[in-house]
Write a protein of this length. Structure first.
Length: 145
């Protein structure tokens, strides 16, 4: 008679094995999602723009008072468009924001001048500030309530 080695049978997954597998998969999915935290969720809202220093309005020819803007976040892109007859529109890429949603991103206007959009931590409809490369003025965009 010849002896043949038979490999041991794998035991069916036990409760602890299933839990470890579930924890591993949850962690893996969470880590994959963490790389996209800085992407803001899609959102649309109306914001009111006001100058931090009202003297900027007369000194630099800015708007005489608060102006309504439509703000759209789609993926990693923020677009804000003035809700007046001129319909000025600006777009910036949000990929440079920190994982908590804060930071400063750079855009270019229609004359190729840089402007800067600064966010505090958060996501979705929230205040942001806009400055530019040619004036010391800051415009604050606040969601309309």
């Amino acid at each position: 008679m010849i002896a043949v080695a038979v490999p041991p049978q794998r035991q069916p997954a036990q409760g602890g094995d299933k839990m470890r597998l579930g924890l591993f998969l949850t962690t893996l999915i969470g880590l994959a999602g963490a790389s996209q935290i800085s992407s803001a969720a899609d959102a649309t809202w109306i914001a009111v723009s006001t100058l931090e220093n009202p003297a900027c309005a007369t000194q630099f020819g800015g708007p005489p008072g608060p102006t309504d803007w439509q703000v759209d976040i789609k993926g990693d892109t923020l677009t804000f468009m003035r809700q007046t007859t001129t319909k000025s529109s600006y777009t910036v890429d949000l990929k440079a924001l920190q994982p908590d949603g804060s930071g400063r991103v750079v855009g270019k206007d229609d004359k190729n001048r840089e402007f800067y959009v600064t966010f505090d931590p958060g996501s979705g409809a929230r205040p942001f500030q806009v400055t530019n490369s040619i004036t010391p003025c800051t415009t604050v965009f606040t969601p309309r309530t």
